[in-house]
Design a protein around this ligand. Sequence first.
Ligand code: ADP
Length: 460
Amino acid sequence: MKNPTALPFFGLVLSAALATAGAAPSNTTDVLVVGSGGAGMGAAIAAREAGADVIMIEKLAMVGGTTLLSSTAFNAGGSQVQMAMEKPYTADDYFKKLEAGANGKELENLRQLADASGPTADWLIDMGADLGRVINGSQHTPKDGSALGVNLVPAMKARVDALKVDTRLRTKAESLITDEKGRVTGVRVSSPQGGYAITAKTVILATGGFASSPEMVAKYTPVWAGCPSTASVGATGDGIVMAEKVGAALSQMDLTGPQSVAYDTGHGAVSLTNVRYNGAILVNKEGKRFFNELGNTAKLGEAITKQTGGTAWLVFDQASVEHAALMSEYKEKGYFTEAPTVAELAKKLGVDGKALEATVADWHGVYDTKTDKAFGRKDSIFSRLDKAPFYGAKISPASQTTYGGVMRDLKCRAVRADGTAIPGLYVAGEVASQYGQGVSIGVVLGRIAGTEAAKEALGK
Ligand code: ADP
């Protein structure tokens, strides 16, 4: 050998050069997570905690998806916070609440969601999310009543980063790669660096719903066709389309949780659910209540579309504004019309003044007796509607949560119409067929899918 030291030296130089340039990232992993909302991050964290290597890709330039936009709550039953309440709220209570709104299908999955929701709330709290205030039994919100998503997503992202998940933004899954036996072995992506393939032992689709795809909304949930979307621009059903191409069955496609109270800011629709949950009543142009404000969102949305002009107004008072930090934020943003009396508010809003005064007087009775004979509302009777100033906001329904999606088994594996699992493919969150509540569907299923996909990838 002419120069025995040359090779090791070259090695050192090469590794130093790679360290400076940043070594090319590997495109092979144990678990590949597609999407970075509550489901994607939940899956990535759970898979890393189970010991797997994880790549998480996101087509947008930021993480969070529709989860980041969530204004109100993470729904669960049986969390430590709930079990410490004077009247504990159990997983069973939550299951019963969910069952009432579901269409009687896939009840085993619904049960699993309810059972896993409390421990998942505890898991999120342990990683630093503020879910310390419980309202209406199942809803965990930040302690000061501020928006959920902007609290939850940074806490989850911090955990993702601490676990060193390889997170790739502006990286869009275009199609699934399968081998000759039909096993999903990776994903073809597009990115600003060009297209490439990522190979994985297991792939989790966590791409969210389809509320921001006008074509899919018209196809599967025509009742909301033409309505705006309050979901992320990324919620275009990509995972549903990709999974269907490899043989996955779709289920419950017409079951939706629209945003019943979307406010048009002039540059996009935003959810005013938080206003609905902080004591407001809803009235029509004739100044009358017409539905339980806290009722099933789809039924409420449909009721609103049937009112004059397909619209309604949230009406509330200063007590509601003081009930949650987010309410003051909305007020500062100029979302609310304000007036010193109910009659003047009615005039500004363009609703019947005499009727609105009568409606508010009726509401005093509902507040005093905590009984809503007309519409059976039981929750969020926080305000008597007698503390000036008075406020109103014009709202209409929008597409938001889509419950229909890829059929799954209890391990969150994507399944075919005959119930057999597609090897290597998992679904989590809104991409899956799952009734529930948007944010908890995401994180609860994400955690299950991440754990199961890691187990399979590691041969456990
Ligand atoms: P979930 O609550 O189910 O997590 P979210 O809407 O919060 O749903 O998150 C879904 C995320 O997936 C969004 O950030 C969205 O941009 C991302 N996404 C959707 N389609 C793709 C795709 N083809 N490739 C990568 N990311 C995607």
